[in-house]
Design a protein around this ligand. Structure first.
Ligand code: FAD
Length: 471
């Protein structure tokens, strides 16, 4: 007979308490995973709650397996471990000739045709298994298949503090009591449930070159995998028929009524294309090698003009799931029916969730803005050494910048730390600059260390002085 879990008590809101720990991490994406691991390794008791069955977020459950060279700390450890455990696959000019410079290549289309390249991806499910084990080895108590839904809070001086995170499980609602909480949802859901301030997706700074007066969020996307592709045949067709973007096949399928209007549009309706081809729907087939030869990941983006706020509106979230599945079905049908090399291909996997690219942006004690980058401002509480990155959203300019610790501290809540895509950064600065896997893992690790230092000192993260960069 299975012994039932006994609650540790009842929260002030009347919910059975099932954990009482130093640090509660909500969401196990790259940010939450690294925060949980680091806080535990610093000696804290840690609970991490994750809606799906593994950590990794967009990069495992969402199938986005792009691997990067280690940038230090847990990120480097992860990449090494994925490699040792056989989860990495690298395509290059030998295994995939005709890929560099090919317009169908999501990442590598800008290379000179035929040039040497290496495109490494990790197998999302294999990597997820590794991440599950790493948390177990460290002694993090991970709760999978449970959704964070609410908070209970107390007053704390001028602000407030979270006392319990409320989760929905197969056993009903349960409460996790903690001293410090970490926002790892990728969409600042904890901030929203706390009633703390944020800017909704699409709320960009008006002075940036690409600002959209209608404030539509950058579309999210659902990733999916096709196996059984003979790309040599596809490339031979592209060459022989001088059809690099498959536009002749697309037009043929469109004329036969085989492609819904939302697929493969060269420009969004109305001729306005402020966000670049990748983010307006699908100008063309958009893919990247994954797993092994013949296996590719494809991108299904929400059409831009639908302006879905998938993190804030339940009807939008549901519509995205249904419509993107419809588009995936249509794209797979087009590829297998019309495109040489795809005739034996099959849909192998569709991501467990539609990733949000431009969700809520929390307002922290400091909001890192494009001016901080442009002026290359330095901060006494920098958590990183100066980093130089391309600010895609500021006309591809390069700036050298630092991240202040105050970007981890949401306004009004004294014991919550932000990580990953939910840092207190404006849209232009988080997008393509700080929200990628390596930096989300780093900011998660910084938050985990800050949580541990706060617990050990008996203070809140807001009271913690930060004087030296970690990375
Ligand atoms: C379509 C798409 C493509 C991308 N491509 C790239 C790329 O090529 N390279 C790159 O580096 N980055 C890419 N990114 C960006 C990157 O994936 C994200 O910015 C990054 O994963 C954010 O990390 P995170 O830890 O903040 O959140 P996420 O990765 O979003 O993880 C959040 C986790 O929290 C869980 N969660 C959320 N809400 C709850 C809840 N209420 N209860 C319990 N659990 C919850 C989720 O299940 C998830 O596991 C892409 C993003 C998208 C959406």
């Amino acid at each position: 007979m299975i012994e039932r879990e006994q609650p540790l008590g009842i929260s002030p809101g009347g919910v059975p308490v099932v954990a009482d720990v130093d640090v509660v991490v909500i969401g196990g994406g790259p940010g939450g995973f690294a925060a949980a691991l680091r806080a535990r390794r610093e000696g804290c008791t840690v609970v991490m709650v994750e809606r799906f069955d593994m950590p990794g977020g967009v990069h495992t459950s969402g199938l986005q397996g792009a691997a990067n060279t280690g940038v230090g700390g847990i990120h480097t450890e992860l990449m090494d471990r994925f490699d040792r455990e056989g989860c990495l696959y690298t395509a290059d000019e030998i295994s995939l000739p005709d890929w560099a410079g090919n317009p169908l290549a999501h990442y590598d289309h800008y290379l000179a045709p035929g040039s040497p390249f290496k495109r490494t991806s990790f197998n999302p499910d294999g990597a997820g298994n590794v991440m599950v084990r790493m948390l177990e080895e460290a002694g993090v108590q991970a709760i999978y298949g449970a959704s964070f839904v609410d908070v209970e809070m107390d007053r704390d001086g001028e602000g407030r503090r979270i006392t319990h995170a409320i989760i929905e499980t197969v056993a009903g609602r349960q409460a996790l009591r903690g001293r410090v909480f970490v926002e790892g949802t990728g969409t600042a859901e904890v901030v929203a449930r706390c009633g703390a301030p944020f800017v909704s997706g699409g709320g960009r700074q008006p002075e940036t070159v690409t600002a959209d007066p209608e404030q539509r969020p950058i579309p999210g996307g659902l990733l999916w995998i096709m196996n059984g592709v003979d790309f040599a045949q596809t490339a031979a067709y592209q060459r022989q028929e001088n059809d690099p973007t498959l536009s002749r096949l697309i037009n043929k399928a469109r004329a036969a009524g085989d492609i819904p209007p939302e697929l493969y549009r060269p420009r969004m309706d109305g001729g306005k294309n402020v966000y670049g081809e990748h983010y307006i729907g699908h100008p063309t087939v958009d893919m990247s090698p994954i797993h092994g030869p013949g296996s590719f990941i494809l991108w299904q983006n929400v059409p831009y003009e639908w302006a879905l706020h998938m993190d804030e509106d339940a009807a939008h979230a549901s519509r995205a799931k249904v419509e993107l599945r419809r588009l995936i079905h249509a794209e797979a049908r087009f590829l297998t029916k019309y495109v040489p090399g795809f005739q034996n291909a099959v849909i192998a996997h569709v991501g467990r969730y539609v990733g949000v690219r431009d969700g809520r942006h929390p307002i922290g004690e400091y909001v890192f803005s494009i001016d901080d980058a442009r002026q290359e401002r330095r901060f006494p509480d920098a958590v990183t050494r100066p980093m130089t990155k391309t600010f895609f959203w500021d006309a591809y300019r390069k700036y050298t910048f630092e991240v202040p610790y105050r970007c981890f501290l949401p306004k009004e809540v004294n014991n919550l730390l932000l990580t990953g895509a939910s840092l207190s950064f404006t849209f232009e600065t988080i997008f393509m600059v700080m929200r990628n896997f390596p930096w989300c893992t780093q900011t998660g690790e910084i938050a985990g260390l800050a949580a541990a230092r706060s617990v050990q000192a008996g203070i809140t993260p807001k009271q913690l002085p930060w004087t030296e960069p970690l990375f």
